[in-house]
Design a protein around this ligand. Structure first.
Ligand SMILES: [Cu+2]
Length: 156
């Protein structure tokens, strides 16, 4: 362990002074709104921050759901519908927000272990080959706490 740690300690001051380093694209504020119905997909939201160069989000993967899709809510003749999107441009130094009513993730079959842990890791695939690993907070639907446990023995 001594070798690598010493290297990191040496590298840190260098990284701070290297002001020519390109700023990377990153993701934050990731969260999942859990569907109250297990048969219906949950929705995921986040904010993508562009680095010094523009890139593109090619998709999102996770080990903690059966399927993930990127969607966009669109108004069609006054009716809100949504359609899958294949990629999203992340402009240099710009932000792209996935939020309720707009772009969002749909997640089918969110893993029970992730739900009880309250978070799930998402992998964001970028056009430049980067993979960004981000923990999304799982928020249970309103009133979920009031649902009695199915195994509850109500003999009284
Ligand atoms: Cu959708």
């Amino acid at each position: 362990m001594r070798g690598p740690l010493a290297l990191i300690a040496l590298a840190a001051p260098l990284a701070l002074t290297a002001c020519g380093d390109p700023a990377p694209t990153y993701i934050d504020q990731a969260w999942v709104r859990l569907s109250p119905n297990k048969d219906r997909p949950s929705a995921g939201y986040f904010v993508a921050h562009g680095g010094d160069s523009a890139t593109r989000l090619r998709g999102v993967l996770t080990d903690y759901a059966l399927k993930v899709e990127m969607h966009e809510s669109v108004e069609d003749n006054g009716v809100m519908t949504m359609k899958p999107i294949n990629s999203v441009d992340i402009p240099a130094k710009g932000t792209v927000t996935f939020a309720p009513g707009g772009k969002h993730l749909m997640l089918w079959g969110v893993n029970d272990t992730a739900i009880s842990r309250g978070k799930m890791q998402l992998t964001f695939l970028l056009d430049n080959g980067d993979r960004l690993l981000v923990d999304a907070v799982i928020r249970k639907p309103e009133g979920a706490a009031a649902t009695p446990a199915p195994s509850d023995n109500s003999a009284n």
